[in-house]
Design a binder for this molecule. Structure first.
Ligand code: GMT
Length: 381
């Protein structure tokens, strides 16, 4: 198949899932065309079956807001026509689903019928999409999609709850490729671990885009409580609007020496490789790819029970779940996991075991089946 994947090129989970999916499809022999405004961050290597098409909005002084959606639509029309794509798969509804709808209508005037699949990732539904400035467009473009997938049962329920959706929605979870994660630090990883934790301190990590919804301040509060009982270090990976607040918190509580703000590192496996625990206290989380990637490295997860997190983090097995904001429980659970080597080792093994429920070989055929289904549809009506 010739598949056009429309995505955000950043570190965000939707872009990561879209890129990893495209790479996996390319490895299976499909021709994959990524369409975005920048080279996707996880698209590091050349692959003969992968092309990248850049959307370049035309800047004109009249526009206070650049009409990106129109530039994207025109790019979709162009790529579909000249590369002969079979289908479009758009990740994140805003503005990708409506651009795909518009492109589909334009392509009809050229005698081309092309289906589009929309994958909803979370905030496009739970936070941004239901805002009145987007809601009618989102509802329409989801209903017009030839197939709709979501990354968790929780997001499926939310989508039906918040929007008047008549289309069927299929749940296809986020995935990992088990071979690509480090479990036991060796060489440079071991050196890094010894430098961060020279006295064998436990290493706790968190990774996100530091938006309010991630509640990174709870990570710091939990860490402070754990540190009172167990020597520990905190790695904070990622960047975003809350970073300054977090730096302030560290300074005010004099724990900066034990907190490493590592920034937006690309190789997240290097962080997981040396970590003992991953903390994700999000207010909402449609799935929690960051948690799954930690589990895949054998790092247990302390998370909230928000959204789809209970679908990825098995309470008492791969880690623990708590109510949003319950810092005391999250700290106590963390201490329980970290208190001795035997317990930690057991949780690490269970974390990895649980991650195997979400391997690429289980998930990829589900997307391929969706593609096969839309390609069989009669689009002329
Ligand atoms: O977590 C973010 O803020 C990034 C966001 C995105 O849209 O890029 O991630 C969402 O999609 C991921 C991949 O499907 C999910 O694993 C994340 O849980 C989801 N984030 C939220 O729902 C907050």
């Amino acid at each position: 198949m010739k598949i056009g994947i429309v995505l955000y090129p950043t570190f965000g989970g939707s872009g990561v899932v879209a890129t990893e999916l495209g790479k996996a499809l390319a490895n299976k022999g499909h021709e994959v065309h990524f369409i975005s405004y920048n080279q996707p961050v996880r698209l590091e290597h050349f692959h003969p079956n992968i092309r990248y098409h850049e959307v370049r909005p035309f800047h004109y002084p009249l526009f206070d807001y650049q009409p990106y959606e129109l530039a994207l639509t025109s790019k979709l029309v162009d790529v579909v026509r000249y590369e002969g794509l079979d289908l479009l798969h758009v990740h994140y509804a805003i503005p990708h689903a409506s651009a795909a709808y518009f492109a589909k209508q334009i392509l009809k005037t050229h005698g081309i019928e092309i289906p589009y699949v929309t994958t909803l990732h979370g905030t496009d539904i739970t936070l941004v999409g239901k805002h009145p400035s987007f809601e009618p467009v989102i509802t329409f473009s989801i209903n017009e999609s030839d197939a709709v997938t979501v990354v968790s049962q929780s997001l499926k329920d939310d989508t039906y709850r918040h929007f008047a959706i008549e289309n069927e929605i299929e749940v296809i979870h986020n995935f990992i490729e088990p071979g690509s994660y480090c479990h036991e630090p060796k060489g440079d990883d071991l050196k890094r671990k010894q430098e961060i934790a020279p006295n064998g301190e436990r290493i706790i990590c968190h990774m996100s885009n530091f938006r309010k919804v991630k509640r990174v301040q709870d990570v710091v509060e939990i860490f402070k409580k754990v540190r009172e009982k167990i020597p520990a270090k905190l790695l904070l990976a990622g960047d975003g609007p809350e970073r300054y607040l977090i730096e302030q918190m560290c300074k005010e509580s004099s724990i900066c020496g034990d907190v490493h703000m590592v920034g937006s590192v690309q190789s997240i496996s290097e962080i997981h490789c040396i970590s003992d625990l991953f903390v994700l206290p999000s207010e909402t989380e449609s799935f929690g790819l960051a948690a799954l990637e930690a589990l895949a490295s054998g790092v247990p997860v302390i998370s909230t029970n928000a959204g789809g997190l209970p679908e990825v983090n098995k309470d008492g097995f791969s880690g623990f779940l708590s109510k949003v904001g319950d810092i005391n429980k999250m700290a106590n659970d963390a201490i329980h996991i970290l208190k001795d080597d035997k317990t930690l080792h057991q949780f690490k093994e269970q974390a990895f075991e649980h991650s195997l429920n979400f391997t690429l070989d289980k998930i990829l055929p589900k997307y391929e089946a969706v593609y096969e289904k839309v390609l069989k549809k009669d689009l002329t009506s």
